[in-house]
Design a binder for this molecule. Structure first.
Ligand code: AMP
Ligand code: MN
Ligand code: MN
Ligand code: MN
Length: 282
């Protein structure tokens, strides 16, 4: 059974480490199957593949797509995708346009709060205006001493309803799932316990839709889940015939709850998301 970590970020999105740094630490921690899953971005793939091969890690290309379902923002992890497939590159370029526009609007919203030039400062943390994430803005507010940690920035400024929050019309969940599948990959619902679904029918309604639309699996072990939630989502896998995935959602040692590869092995009662991947059994 693989020691897998299938959800990690790099400097191509809002992670603090490059792909080579992530892969080297993963190897040292015994990870044998890995996917970099940057937000709406696949640019780290070549570097990650190179280091994986060098370090003896099985690598699958990944992405974390920002999507919307019934008005709720949901993150979908695409695993074992073809990053060059036109369906994926088109989702990525749409998201980039939205990120660029949202970044500017967030800068303006924070100006109205009397916090100046955050847009320019956030850009220093991001590889391009099209990869700007709320995390980059949060780092600026922490750096300036306005908040003491990124969590506080989200609570005070960046969550829906807060003054720095700018709603965005992310890719519809069905388009994201089709793009992932068209490119040969599996669509995984990221950190399911993190969503507020009370006004939209709850988790069973979401999972029923997700299965019908072609979703393959959900994250069972991840930084957002407590051990009690591991069993809840393992049970959802069995109930809906979904495969199980797992990932640290690593961003940086300071900002992440789990270290790279700091995950339990999937129990034998669950079907791993890589069950049908040739590469994972080679
Ligand atoms: P974005 O995709 O730009 O909307 O930013 C979402 C990212 O912000 C997530 O992937 C996390 O890295 C980070 N994030 C979201 N909520 C929080 C929170 N409460 N505390 C710290 N970071 C958060
Ligand atoms: Mn993130
Ligand atoms: Mn996420
Ligand atoms: Mn993530």
């Amino acid at each position: 059974m693989h020691h897998a970590d299938l959800h990690l970020h790099t400097t191509a999105s809002d992670g603090a480490w490059s792909a080579s740094e992530v892969l080297r630490v993963a190897a040292a921690r015994g990870v044998s199957l890995l996917a970099i899953t940057d937000h709406d971005e696949t640019r780290s793939t070549a570097e990650a593949r190179h280091w994986a091969q060098h370090l003896g890690i099985t690598y699958v290309a990944g992405i974390e797509i920002s999507t919307v379902w019934r008005g709720v923002d949901l993150h979908l992890v695409g695993l074992n995708i073809d990053t060059d497939h036109s369906a994926i590159t088109s989702v990525v370029s749409d998201a980039k346009r939205m990120r660029e526009a949202r970044g500017r609007a967030m800068g303006e919203a924070l100006e109205r709060e009397g916090i100046n030039d955050v847009y320019a400062s956030a850009l220093k943390y991001s590889q391009s205006p099209e990869n700007l994430s709320r995390t980059h803005f949060a780092r600026v507010l922490v750096e300036r001493g306005i908040c003491s940690h990124t969590g506080e920035v989200f609570t005070r400024y960046m969550k829906p309803g807060k003054p720095g929050y700018v709603p965005t019309e992310w890719t519809a969940i069905e388009s994201a799932i089709s793009a992932i599948r068209a490119s040969g990959g599996d669509a995984v619902l990221a950190h399911p316990a993190r969503y507020d679904l009370q006004w939209v029918g709850g988790m069973p309604g979401l999972l029923a839709d997700f299965c019908e639309l072609g979703g393959s699996g959900i994250e069972v072990f991840c930084a957002a889940h407590t051990p009690a939630e591991w069993s809840v989502y393992a049970a959802y896998c069995r109930r809906f015939g979904l495969k199980a995935s797992l990932g640290s959602d690593f961003h940086s040692p300071k900002e992440s709850r789990l270290a790279i590869g700091d995950l339990p092995r999937l129990p034998g009662s669950l079907t791993p998301i890589w069950a049908d991947w040739e590469i994972a059994h080679a």
